[in-house]
Design a protein around this ligand. Structure first.
Ligand code: 5GP
Length: 138
């Protein structure tokens, strides 16, 4: 299903583009979590990471690396978060696969912390989780 990103890609809605090739665009997120917050988006409509083809996902990642380097040069951040929300539960709001590149600065107030859920786990729990994931690999 089309989202607002397809309208941006088709230039029907304005955005601040910073990169474009045949397969991928990058533009500033309208909501700048930090200075330079950029989205890397395949032109083709794929809802999420579960549906995007491998070769296109690889290209998106290649461009994300290129954009991370450009952000480093442009703004000299102290670090960068690269994240992708997939599914409503994860926080995805635009259902067209994309990566967020969020430069981090010494004094920014962006927060991406994960709670530590390891305290009640046994070594068997880890083994079983790893076994299930390996068994599910295609
Ligand atoms: P998600 O929540 O799906 O991980 O990320 C979607 C992102 O798209 C949000 O960070 C939101 O600010 C951004 N976004 C939504 N609508 C627009 C828009 O019209 N233009 C731009 N540049 N970004 C948008």
């Amino acid at each position: 299903m089309s989202t607002i990103f397809s309208k941006i890609i088709a230039k029907e809605i304005p955005a601040h583009f910073v990169y474009e090739d045949d397969l991928v665009v990058a533009f500033l997120d309208i909501s700048q979590a930090t200075k330079g917050h950029t989205l890397v988006v395949p032109k083709a409509e794929y809802r999420d990471i579960f549906s995007v083809p491998d070769d296109l996902a690889a290209h998106v990642m290649k461009i994300a690396v290129k954009m991370a380097q450009a952000l480093k040069t442009a703004f000299d951040p102290a670090g960068i978060n690269i994240l992708s929300n997939n599914g409503e539960k994860s926080g995805q709001t635009v259902f067209h696969f994309h990566l967020h590149l969020i430069p981090r600065y010494e004094k920014d107030d962006a927060k991406f912390s994960l709670k530590n859920n390891m305290s009640n786990l046994s070594i068997e729990d880890y083994r079983e989780r790893a076994r299930l994931i390996k068994a599910a690999l295609l």
